[in-house]
Write a protein that binds this ligand. Structure first.
Ligand SMILES: N[C@@H](CCC(=O)N[C@@H](CS)C(=O)NCC(=O)O)C(=O)O
Length: 209
Protein backbone atom coordinates (compact mmCIF):
# COMPACT_ATOMS: atom_id res chain seq x y z
CA UNK A 1 0.00 0.00 0.00
CA UNK A 2 1.27 3.46 -0.92
CA UNK A 3 2.05 5.94 1.89
CA UNK A 4 -0.74 8.47 2.48
CA UNK A 5 0.17 12.13 2.88
CA UNK A 6 -2.34 14.46 4.53
CA UNK A 7 -1.51 17.67 2.68
CA UNK A 8 -2.75 21.13 1.78
CA UNK A 9 -1.47 22.73 -1.44
CA UNK A 10 -0.27 25.98 0.15
CA UNK A 11 1.07 24.49 3.38
CA UNK A 12 4.84 24.96 3.42
CA UNK A 13 5.25 21.99 5.78
CA UNK A 14 3.32 19.73 3.39
CA UNK A 15 5.40 21.15 0.51
CA UNK A 16 8.64 20.14 2.33
CA UNK A 17 7.47 16.56 2.67
CA UNK A 18 6.21 16.42 -0.92
CA UNK A 19 9.71 17.50 -2.01
CA UNK A 20 11.38 14.88 0.21
CA UNK A 21 9.08 12.10 -1.04
CA UNK A 22 9.77 13.08 -4.64
CA UNK A 23 13.52 13.28 -4.04
CA UNK A 24 13.46 9.78 -2.53
CA UNK A 25 11.22 8.61 -5.38
CA UNK A 26 8.52 7.40 -2.98
CA UNK A 27 5.05 7.38 -4.59
CA UNK A 28 2.19 8.38 -2.27
CA UNK A 29 -1.54 9.06 -2.19
CA UNK A 30 -2.52 12.61 -1.20
CA UNK A 31 -5.24 13.03 1.42
CA UNK A 32 -6.47 16.58 0.92
CA UNK A 33 -6.98 18.68 4.06
CA UNK A 34 -8.47 22.12 3.37
CA UNK A 35 -6.97 24.42 6.02
CA UNK A 36 -9.18 27.35 5.02
CA UNK A 37 -12.32 25.26 5.55
CA UNK A 38 -11.09 23.93 8.91
CA UNK A 39 -10.59 20.29 7.90
CA UNK A 40 -7.57 20.21 10.24
CA UNK A 41 -9.89 20.67 13.24
CA UNK A 42 -12.18 17.75 12.38
CA UNK A 43 -12.05 14.68 14.66
CA UNK A 44 -10.81 12.34 11.92
CA UNK A 45 -7.76 14.54 11.33
CA UNK A 46 -7.17 15.33 15.01
CA UNK A 47 -7.10 11.61 15.77
CA UNK A 48 -3.96 11.42 13.62
CA UNK A 49 -2.52 14.87 14.28
CA UNK A 50 -3.71 16.08 17.71
CA UNK A 51 -2.50 19.67 17.28
CA UNK A 52 -4.47 20.02 14.05
CA UNK A 53 -1.68 20.56 11.57
CA UNK A 54 -0.61 19.16 8.23
CA UNK A 55 1.31 17.21 7.11
CA UNK A 56 0.70 13.71 8.40
CA UNK A 57 2.30 10.72 6.70
CA UNK A 58 1.01 7.19 7.08
CA UNK A 59 3.70 4.80 5.93
CA UNK A 60 4.14 1.06 6.60
CA UNK A 61 0.84 1.31 8.51
CA UNK A 62 2.26 3.87 10.97
CA UNK A 63 1.08 7.48 11.12
CA UNK A 64 3.64 10.22 11.69
CA UNK A 65 3.33 13.94 12.36
CA UNK A 66 5.79 16.84 11.94
CA UNK A 67 7.47 17.49 8.61
CA UNK A 68 11.01 17.43 9.99
CA UNK A 69 10.48 14.16 11.87
CA UNK A 70 8.95 12.76 8.66
CA UNK A 71 11.92 13.87 6.55
CA UNK A 72 14.31 12.32 9.09
CA UNK A 73 12.26 9.10 8.94
CA UNK A 74 12.39 9.07 5.13
CA UNK A 75 16.15 9.56 5.33
CA UNK A 76 16.42 6.47 7.56
CA UNK A 77 14.01 4.34 5.51
CA UNK A 78 15.45 5.39 2.14
CA UNK A 79 19.07 6.53 2.63
CA UNK A 80 19.65 7.12 -1.08
CA UNK A 81 19.70 9.76 -2.36
CA UNK A 82 20.64 11.46 0.93
CA UNK A 83 18.95 14.52 2.37
CA UNK A 84 21.82 15.02 4.81
CA UNK A 85 25.60 15.04 4.31
CA UNK A 86 27.72 12.32 5.93
CA UNK A 87 30.06 14.18 8.29
CA UNK A 88 28.54 14.91 11.75
CA UNK A 89 29.46 18.61 11.71
CA UNK A 90 27.97 19.02 8.24
CA UNK A 91 24.78 17.23 9.31
CA UNK A 92 24.46 19.58 12.27
CA UNK A 93 24.92 22.61 10.02
CA UNK A 94 22.24 21.44 7.58
CA UNK A 95 19.90 20.77 10.52
CA UNK A 96 20.60 24.30 11.78
CA UNK A 97 19.56 25.73 8.40
CA UNK A 98 16.43 23.58 8.58
CA UNK A 99 15.58 24.85 12.06
CA UNK A 100 16.18 28.47 11.09
CA UNK A 101 13.06 28.03 8.97
CA UNK A 102 11.18 25.26 10.78
CA UNK A 103 11.46 26.84 14.26
CA UNK A 104 12.47 30.42 13.51
CA UNK A 105 9.96 31.36 10.80
CA UNK A 106 7.22 28.88 9.90
CA UNK A 107 5.43 28.58 13.27
CA UNK A 108 5.04 32.37 13.37
CA UNK A 109 3.24 32.49 10.02
CA UNK A 110 0.63 29.86 10.93
CA UNK A 111 -3.06 30.71 10.54
CA UNK A 112 -3.71 30.06 14.20
CA UNK A 113 -0.94 32.54 15.18
CA UNK A 114 -2.03 35.17 12.65
CA UNK A 115 -5.62 34.96 13.91
CA UNK A 116 -4.46 35.64 17.47
CA UNK A 117 -2.03 38.47 16.74
CA UNK A 118 -3.73 40.13 13.79
CA UNK A 119 -7.37 39.07 13.79
CA UNK A 120 -8.99 40.46 10.65
CA UNK A 121 -6.46 43.32 10.37
CA UNK A 122 -4.69 42.35 7.14
CA UNK A 123 -1.96 44.99 7.53
CA UNK A 124 -1.11 43.76 11.02
CA UNK A 125 -0.99 40.16 9.80
CA UNK A 126 1.24 41.12 6.89
CA UNK A 127 3.63 43.27 8.98
CA UNK A 128 3.98 40.45 11.52
CA UNK A 129 4.83 37.90 8.84
CA UNK A 130 7.24 40.18 6.99
CA UNK A 131 9.14 40.93 10.20
CA UNK A 132 9.62 37.28 11.23
CA UNK A 133 10.33 36.03 7.73
CA UNK A 134 12.95 38.74 7.08
CA UNK A 135 14.60 38.08 10.44
CA UNK A 136 14.80 34.33 9.83
CA UNK A 137 15.91 34.60 6.20
CA UNK A 138 18.69 37.02 7.23
CA UNK A 139 20.09 34.30 9.50
CA UNK A 140 19.64 31.64 6.81
CA UNK A 141 21.50 33.85 4.32
CA UNK A 142 24.43 34.25 6.73
CA UNK A 143 24.59 30.50 7.42
CA UNK A 144 24.12 29.38 3.79
CA UNK A 145 26.91 28.29 1.46
CA UNK A 146 28.73 31.13 -0.32
CA UNK A 147 29.54 28.97 -3.35
CA UNK A 148 26.28 27.04 -3.71
CA UNK A 149 24.48 26.29 -5.85
CA UNK A 150 22.32 24.76 -3.08
CA UNK A 151 21.79 26.04 0.45
CA UNK A 152 24.58 23.93 1.93
CA UNK A 153 26.80 23.64 -1.15
CA UNK A 154 27.04 21.32 -4.11
CA UNK A 155 24.34 18.85 -3.09
CA UNK A 156 20.59 19.20 -2.52
CA UNK A 157 19.75 18.71 1.18
CA UNK A 158 16.91 18.96 3.67
CA UNK A 159 17.75 22.66 3.96
CA UNK A 160 16.67 23.17 0.34
CA UNK A 161 13.50 21.14 0.96
CA UNK A 162 12.62 23.71 3.64
CA UNK A 163 13.89 26.77 1.79
CA UNK A 164 11.84 26.44 -1.42
CA UNK A 165 8.47 26.33 0.41
CA UNK A 166 9.52 29.21 2.67
CA UNK A 167 10.39 31.36 -0.33
CA UNK A 168 7.02 30.50 -1.91
CA UNK A 169 5.30 31.68 1.30
CA UNK A 170 7.55 34.77 1.53
CA UNK A 171 6.69 35.89 -1.99
CA UNK A 172 2.98 35.57 -1.23
CA UNK A 173 3.30 38.16 1.53
CA UNK A 174 5.58 40.42 -0.51
CA UNK A 175 8.83 40.04 1.45
CA UNK A 176 11.75 41.84 -0.24
CA UNK A 177 14.14 39.01 -1.15
CA UNK A 178 16.79 41.16 -2.83
CA UNK A 179 19.06 41.21 0.28
CA UNK A 180 19.34 37.41 0.07
CA UNK A 181 21.44 36.44 -2.99
CA UNK A 182 22.53 33.04 -1.61
CA UNK A 183 18.94 32.14 -0.86
CA UNK A 184 17.75 33.22 -4.31
CA UNK A 185 20.55 31.24 -5.94
CA UNK A 186 19.72 28.10 -3.93
CA UNK A 187 16.02 28.46 -4.64
CA UNK A 188 16.70 28.84 -8.37
CA UNK A 189 18.93 25.73 -8.40
CA UNK A 190 16.36 23.64 -6.53
CA UNK A 191 13.49 24.89 -8.68
CA UNK A 192 15.13 23.38 -11.76
CA UNK A 193 14.74 19.88 -10.30
CA UNK A 194 11.72 17.90 -11.57
CA UNK A 195 10.74 16.55 -8.13
CA UNK A 196 10.67 20.09 -6.73
CA UNK A 197 8.46 21.27 -9.61
CA UNK A 198 6.10 18.32 -9.03
CA UNK A 199 5.79 19.23 -5.34
CA UNK A 200 4.91 22.87 -5.99
CA UNK A 201 1.53 24.12 -4.74
CA UNK A 202 0.29 24.88 -8.26
CA UNK A 203 0.88 21.23 -9.26
CA UNK A 204 -1.29 19.79 -6.45
CA UNK A 205 -4.77 18.33 -6.98
CA UNK A 206 -6.29 20.77 -4.45
CA UNK A 207 -4.66 23.86 -6.01
CA UNK A 208 -7.07 26.73 -6.53
CA UNK A 209 -5.38 28.90 -9.12
N1 LIG B 1 6.09 21.45 13.16
C1 LIG B 1 5.02 21.10 12.29
C2 LIG B 1 4.21 22.33 11.97
C3 LIG B 1 3.03 22.00 11.08
C4 LIG B 1 2.25 23.24 10.72
O1 LIG B 1 2.38 24.28 11.36
N2 LIG B 1 1.44 23.11 9.67
C5 LIG B 1 0.63 24.23 9.23
C6 LIG B 1 0.69 24.35 7.72
S1 LIG B 1 2.35 24.64 7.14
C7 LIG B 1 -0.82 23.97 9.60
O2 LIG B 1 -1.29 22.87 9.49
N3 LIG B 1 -1.53 25.02 10.04
C8 LIG B 1 -2.91 24.90 10.37
C9 LIG B 1 -3.44 26.07 11.12
O3 LIG B 1 -2.70 27.03 11.36
O4 LIG B 1 -4.61 26.01 11.46
C10 LIG B 1 5.57 20.46 11.01
O5 LIG B 1 6.70 20.79 10.63
O6 LIG B 1 4.90 19.62 10.40
Amino acid sequence: MKPILATYWRSSCSFRVRIALGYKNVAYEPLLVNLLEGDQKKPAHLAKNPIGHVPTLTIDGVTHVDSIAIMELLEELYPEPPLLPTAPHDRARVRALVQTIASGIQPLQNLVVLDRVGGTDQEKRSDWMKFWITRGLSAFEALASASGPFAFGAAFTMADACLVPQIYASRRVGVDLTPFPRILRAEAAASELAFVAAARPEAQPDAKL
